[in-house]
Design a protein around this ligand. Structure first.
Ligand code: FES
Length: 121
C-alpha cells in the first residue's frame, strides 16, 4: 500500500505546520480523516530537516506512540515504537533493531519550504 492509497491522505502542497512548531529532535502527530478511513502521520525534525511517516509500526501495525507526540528516544537518535521497543532511523524509517528489524516505516513525502513542512509530490 502506498501513501496515495489512503483515502484521507492530504494532497501535495498541504501545509502541515511551521518547522519551528516541532521542537528540534522531537516528533509530532497529524491525523487526517476519521477513525475508519483516516491515516495518522508522524513528522520528526532534526535541525532544518524533517521526515514524515505513517504512524503504524511494521511489526503489529499499530501506532508507535503511547502518549501524544511521544515518538523518539530520549537522546533524539531514534524513532521508537512504545509497544516492543523497535527503533527506526529518522532519515529513512529503517528499523535498525527490534521485532521488525530490516523493515521500514511507510514514508510520507514532505519538504521544508519557507520554514514550513509541506506535503510533497
Ligand atoms: S508493535 Fe512496534 S515493535 Fe511491536
Amino acid at each position: 500500500m502506498g501513501w496515495r492509497d489512503y483515502p484521507a491522505a492530504p494532497g501535495a502542497g498541504t501545509v502541515l505546520c511551521e518547522l519551528a512548531a516541532i521542537p528540534d529532535g522531537e516528533g509530532r502527530e497529524f491525523v487526517f480523516g476519521n477513525s475508519v478511513s483516516g491515516v495518522r502521520v508522524l513528522i520528526v525534525r532534526r535541525g532544518d530537516r524533517a521526515w514524515g511517516y505513517v504512524n503504524r509500526c511494521p511489526h503489529n501495525y499499530i501506532p508507535l506512540n503511547d502518549m501524544p507526540d511521544r515518538f523518539v528516544s530520549f537522546d533524539h537518535e531514534w524513532i521508537v515504537c512504545s509497544t516492543h521497543g523497535a527503533v527506526f532511523r529518522y532519515e529513512d524509517g529503517f528499523c535498525e533493531d527490534g521485532p521488525c528489524q530490516g523493515r521500514n516505516l511507510e514514508a510520507l513525502p514532505i519538504l521544508v519550504e519557507n520554514a514550513a513542512i509541506v506535503v510533497a509530490d
